[in-house]
Design a binder for this molecule. Sequence first.
Ligand code: XMP
Length: 510
Amino acid sequence: MKKVLILDFGGQYNLLVARRVRECGVYCELRSFRISMEEVRAFDPDALIFTGGPATVFEVNAPTVDPALFNMGIPVLGICYGMQLMMHLLGGQCRKAITREYGKTELTVCTDSPLFADIPEKAVYWMSHGVEVESAAPGFTAIASSEGCRHAAVECAGKKLYGVQFHPEVVHTEYGTKILENFLYGICGFTKEWTMESYVDTALRECREKIGSKRVLLALSGGVDSAVAAALLQKAVGDRLTCIFVDHGLLRLNEGDQVEQVMKGEFHVDIRRVNAQKIFLDKLAGVTDPERKRKIIGEEFIRVFEAEARKIGKVDFLAQGTIYPDVVESGLGGESAVVKSHHNVGGLPDCVDFEEIIEPLRRLFKDEVRQLGLALGLPESLVWRQPFPGPGLAIRIIGEITAEKLEILRKADAIFREEMAKAGLDRTANQYFAALTNMRSVGIMGDERTYDYAIALRSVQTQDFMTATWSRLPWDLLDKVSGRIVGEVPHINRVLYDVTSKPPATVEFE
Ligand code: XMP
């Protein structure tokens, strides 16, 4: 299989570059620019991409690479800083840009370069740079320009070396995907080899080779990633996989049963379900601070898991549903700063008697995990569930958590999700749910005065969950959901829709 090595120079869109390449059906990995030539050769890439980054090439200690990379006889695409570095190392000149370009910029394509095949002469591209190429390196010519930037894209066709000052990976670049396709298919000659159907066999083989005849333990959370990991491992090693499913009673309506039924009934996974609702509710009694709720749930989860794991005894492998963005954001894959540690699995390894960790999804993006789940035969209703926080509904109830409040929230949330699906919006909105506010107010139902809770509905559009805008849901849909919730869920007499973006709010409502 052909593969691309993406060298990360620390720019904010770098993981997105990798995701776009994978979406084109080409396997790639993102590594820090500090990688040695030996490691590059061991990876044996068929093409290289240099990402953008915050540095400038003339800074002391600016990130750089061994120029031998350009003599490997494989195509290279430099993006933003990556292009400037390529010019700098190959004998071109960069300078501080006379016109600093930031945002949507019109570019004119000035040749029939294969990089711009089937792209209109003028289109909108996303630029973000304060440095520009003053003179291209020998052998290179400019193939696109903007008003403020003569070398908006360069090529050395003979050596298949390309550079672009703009960011093809972001959605604001009109033909960004087409440019990546032109590079990958047209210039490199790759085909769509990387599909989850074709990856299933490789993944199964790798798991079998690693696990051999040993035993694996997996913490099933009720989420998509651990469910896919369980399905994969079960197919790979059968009953040598044991799953512990700690049901903390904070899952959505019927969710725990659905996961158990699919995993046990259809995949014959050996599941030990611990129904720990009462333990968690007791620990959470009287707690109103969201951070304390999270902490209590995290700690209790480990305790319950540990007690169950002790019954199983020693295992050889502890499996985790870590996915590729976690690997990169933890500072292991690319050059990015540590953004977060894996919140759902943090701490588990310390309390379980195991020899090694196995992370069968660590190469996959979220959408790939879903595709793999489908390829393994998991039902769409399970695979296409939206992201759900580890602490569950506890962080969607403002104030104290009680069994009654959980029941109210579960019912309201299920109605909202059902109506979103009926309206065909369940995959358009990136995350949507109901939250129970701690506010009670006066209402009138029949001839009776009521004094009941207000439910808040939240729905957001986002690519990365770091920023989000609220979904412009149709009024009629909101009207229907509101009518159903007030009519069907006792103790709710008001429904609110959250019209706040992130920032300043967060996605969750805690
Ligand atoms: P916030 O509320 O921080 O949420 O804007 C961003 C995304 O992260 C999810 N989230 C979590 N996911 N464990 C998780 O697995 C958690 O503790 C957690 N807290 C927030 C949230 O659902 C949203 O998708």
